[in-house]
Design a protein around this ligand. Structure first.
Ligand code: PEP
Ligand code: MG
Length: 572
């Protein structure tokens, strides 16, 4: 008998494969004195040999299946294991201090890691990451742990985890990782957003998937309806294979719209843009036919590392996105750290309510040296495309004015240094805090555009944590209060002749799309994979008809009534 768990559908599609349960093992290491250094060195050598053996197998397999460039990383890892500078230093330490091999390896590796990490050179910093990965592998053997780093998964797999951090998801090799299911998270948690940009089916917030699944079990992840089927029967397997095929066929139909404009049935145009986290996501933006980037979340550039990215590094990333989009609009959001996105190296004190705390623009306006570096990188990159800069979490006009002032100062400095800066950069804000949505009319006079961040706007308006599945019933995009706030923002902007986008997940939601069109939203920015289904849906909707339909919607009292009316009218 199979077990079926229900969670939140985070990324569309159906995946069927064997499970891999991802647990971060306990690497805590204690110093012990050993009687025989020779025996300890022999233990180290054995762990090194087993690790090399494992890595060679993975490398050969990757080379065969994915090509030599994808296998390079494992060649680099093998080199680390044979590097006499590292290995001899560990052996010397064991000999000189009669300490255990784990302790010696950990100490020496950390020394090399911090040396490489502090180098002002991307290549060397990657070496630090290689040493960290390889050391974990060897330590795992020395400590007798059963581990398998996510990056080394080399067969079709479904990952089962409590949660996946953005850096876990960034490591996944989508050629092998067919899908994932987690205990916690909601549709707008970052693991969910990443799964959509990687285009792998995912179900999050199942509460108990890790306790039900063992390594090697067959799993179905149904990212369309949010189900996880554990050890499916033959009959279930064939039902879901059929569902997967239908989804793939539908995808082919959508693909025909890739070079089309987004136009309603009565000829009104809107812009469909995509949200990205790194320049690598551009591939998906282009292959899914997005007309721009509506949100580049720059915080990923700051995460998964040990120090701030340099101006040069940021400039290269922004330039890559701007030139890759070839003049199409690109909205780059300044650093939005905090909430569920931590930067351990900033050493900020723990807060009781991180989502309401010292984050995003609040932090940037205090840590102005860091903020200025980002602004300079953005301004320098502006010469390569159609840049729009957006400030996150703006709650007051003072914050907006201060951020604009800093940007102007950096612009003037660059110009006086003779650096080329575009003279048509638009400046906008995320509307994701209710105070700003309510007072949109005041903000509209001082920005070029708004982008409504419903992921946060909903959680703050409803006082329901977007990460907490216990209160997810209150996280209601179609709640009358949310619809009124969105309407207020759009009307306020239009009164001032400004455009309004939406970059929260609501923008790609099929129930929300007719409502947002009816309210007059100008730009919809979503996961790249939602662009083509949205274009197809919009092509069947009449904007004229929707502007009267919206009157009826705005009279309804509950989110459920709204959903029912839209579904009956437009989705059946
Ligand atoms: C939002 O809050 O809607 C948004 C797009 O920002 P993030 O999901 O990065 O908080
Ligand atoms: Mg937000």
């Amino acid at each position: 008998m199979s077990t079926v768990l229900n969670g939140i559908a985070a990324s569309s599609g159906v995946a069927i494969a064997k499970a891999f349960v991802h647990e971060e093992p306990d690497y805590s290491i204690e110093l012990t004195k050993v009687e025989s250094s020779e025996d300890e060195i022999a233990r180290l050598e054995k762990a090194l040999a087993v690790s090399k053996q494992e890595l060679s197998v993975i490398k050969d397999k990757t080379e065969k299946e994915l090509g030599p460039d994808k296998a390079e990383i494992f060649a680099a890892h093998l080199l680390v294991l044979s590097d006499p500078e590292l290995v001899d230093a560990v052996k010397d330490k064991i000999k000189n201090e009669s300490c255990n091999a784990e302790f010696a390896l950990d100490e020496i590796a950390n020394m090399f890691i911090s040396m490489f990490e502090n180098m002002d050179n991307e290549y060397m910093r990657e070496r630090a990451a290689d040493i960290r990965d390889v050391t974990k592998r060897v330590l795992g053997h020395l400590l007798g742990l059963e581990i398998k780093p996510l990056s080394t998964i080399a067969e079709p797999t479904i990952i089962i985890a409590e949660d996946l951090t953005p850096s876990d998801t960034a490591q996944l090799n989508v050629n092998y990782v067919k899908g994932f299911a987690t205990n916690i998270g909601g549709r707008t948690s970052h693991s969910a957003i990443m799964s959509r940009s990687l285009e792998i089916p995912a179900v999050v917030g199942t509460k108990e998937v890790t306790s039900k699944v063992k390594n090697g079990m067959t799993i179905i992840v149904d990212g369309i309806d949010g189900d996880v089927i554990i050890e499916p029967s033959e009959q279930e397997l064939s039902v879901y294979e059929e569902k997967r095929n239908q989804f793939l066929q539908q995808k082919q139909e959508w693909a025909k719209l890739v070079s089309e404009a987004t136009v309603t049935s009565d000829g009104a145009s809107v812009e469909l843009a995509a949200n990205i986290g790194t320049p690598k996501d551009l591939e998906g933006v282009i292959s899914n036919g997005a007309e721009g980037v509506g949100l580049y979340r720059t915080e990923f550039l700051y995460m998964g590392r040990n120090e701030l990215p340099s101006e040069e590094e940021q400039y290269e990333a922004y330039k890559a996105v701007l030139s890759g989009m070839e003049g199409k609009p690109v909205v780059i959001r300044t650093l939005d750290i905090g909430g569920d996105k931590e930067l351990p190296y900033l050493d900020l004190p723990k807060e009781m309510n991180p989502f309401l705390g010292f984050r995003a623009i609040r932090l940037c306006l205090e840590m102005t040296d860091m903020f200025r570096v980002q602004l300079r990188a953005l301004l320098r990159a502006s010469a390569y495309g159609n840049l729009k800069v957006m400030f996150p979490m703006i709650a007051s006009l003072e914050e907006l004015r201060e951020a604009k002032k800093l940007m102007k100062e950096e612009e003037d400095k660059l110009i006086s240094e003779g650096v080329e800066v575009s003279d048509s950069i638009e400046i906008g804000i995320m509307v994701e805090i209710p105070s700003t949505a309510v007072a949109a009319e005041l903000f509209a006079k001082e920005v070029d555009f708004f982008s409504i961040g419903t992921n946060d706007l909903i959680q703050y308006t409803m006082a329901a944590d977007r990460m907490n599945e216990r209160v997810s019933y209150l996280y209601q995009p179609y709640h009358p209060a949310i619809l009124r706030l969105v309407k207020n923002v759009i009307d306020a902007a239009h009164k001032e002749g400004k455009w309004v986008g939406m970059c929260g997940e609501m923008a790609g939601d099929e129930v929300a799309i007719p409502i947002l069109l009816g309210l007059g939203l100008d730009e919809f920015s979503m996961s790249a994979t939602s662009v083509l289904p949205a274009r197809s849906q919009i092509s069947h909707l009449s904007k004229d008809e929707l502007s009267s339909f919206i009157e009826k919607v705005l009279q309804l009292g509950t989110a459920q009534e709204v959903e029912e009316l839209v579904t009956q009218t437009y989705l059946k």
